[in-house]
Ligand binder design. Structure first.
Ligand code: ADP
Ligand code: ADP
Ligand code: ZN
Length: 219
């Protein structure tokens, strides 16, 4: 089952993906994580992507689509039970079309799109307080979900950092980019009849419950 997590930066996509992975047979393809991995390993892709990310712009489609297929084609069993979560992809109409086409070529399809509805003021507060683990990628929030020891990952004990693009100035740019380039995907998937809206302002547990309830209703 192929599921897209669609929503503005800070909406809680990664947080829900982690909960789904803990409880179900699921894998996550998070383009932002793949870019950050490439940046920390100083690959060609990482060097190219960094400038766009630091500005809060989207990385060009031609650098993004192929790596999604690389990751997707590496997943071994893609039966009906296995959940593949697309987190942060697609972010443009062209990416969505490329995803539809590639799925068709593989005899697959996108089954559901989970849209996170969250107001902008909440997004800024969430992103400014986000702290991520440099080692395992676990995500915390200084107020909403603080680690047991400040600056230290509960999961693996490594250092927590603030992402370079999680500053207040870049956040506003990223929300603007989302509104101008990504939000059109809501109607794109509504027209396909596969959009499922979730109230992203609730707590992470409530978001997970709503996801399970709504998915249970249709599958
Ligand atoms: P968030 O969802 O918190 O905004 P991500 O980790 O998904 O953050 O993305 C961080 C940055 O990586 C984006 O601002 C953008 O520069 C780049 N990026 C991630 N996914 C894509 C994508 N599908 N297309 C283009 N750029 C992307
Ligand atoms: P995204 O992947 O959509 O950019 P994240 O899952 O990384 O968003 O969440 C952004 C920040 O908000 C993180 O610091 C996370 O701990 C926090 N957060 C996520 N979901 C919720 C929620 N439902 N309620 C409160 N805070 C949340
Ligand atoms: Zn960790």
């Amino acid at each position: 089952m192929n599921i897209i997590l669609l929503g503005p930066p800070g909406a809680g996509k990664g947080t829900l993906a982690n909960k789904i992975k803990e409880e179900k047979d699921a894998v996550q393809i998070a383009t932002g994580d793949i870019f950050r991995y490439n940046i920390s390993n100083e690959t060609d892709l990482g060097l190219k992507a960094k400038a766009y990310m630091d500005r809060g712009d989207l990385v060009p489609d031609e650098l993004t689509v192929d790596l999604v297929w690389d990751a997707f084609d590496k997943i071994d069993s893609k039966d009906d039970k296995k959940i593949v979560l697309f987190d942060g992809f697609p972010r443009t109409i062209d990416q969505a079309k490329a995803l539809d086409l590639g799925m068709k070529e593989r005899g697959q399809k996108i089954d559901q799109v989970v849209y996170f509805d969250v107001d902008e003021d909440i997004l800024v507060e969430r992103i400014s307080g986000r702290r991520v683990c440099t080692n395992c990628g676990a995500t915390f929030h200084v107020k909403n979900n603080p680690p047991k020891v400040e600056g230290v990952c509960d999961v693996c004990g490594e250092k927590l950092i603030q992402r370079d693009d999680d500053t207040e100035k870049t956040v506003e740019k990223r929300i603007h980019v989302y509104n101008s380039q990504t939000a059109v995907l809501i109607d794109y998937y509504k027209d396909q009849g596969i959009l499922l809206s979730i109230d992203g302002t609730n707590s992470p547990d409530e978001v997970f419950d709503e996801f399970n309830d709504k998915l249970g209703e249709i599958s």
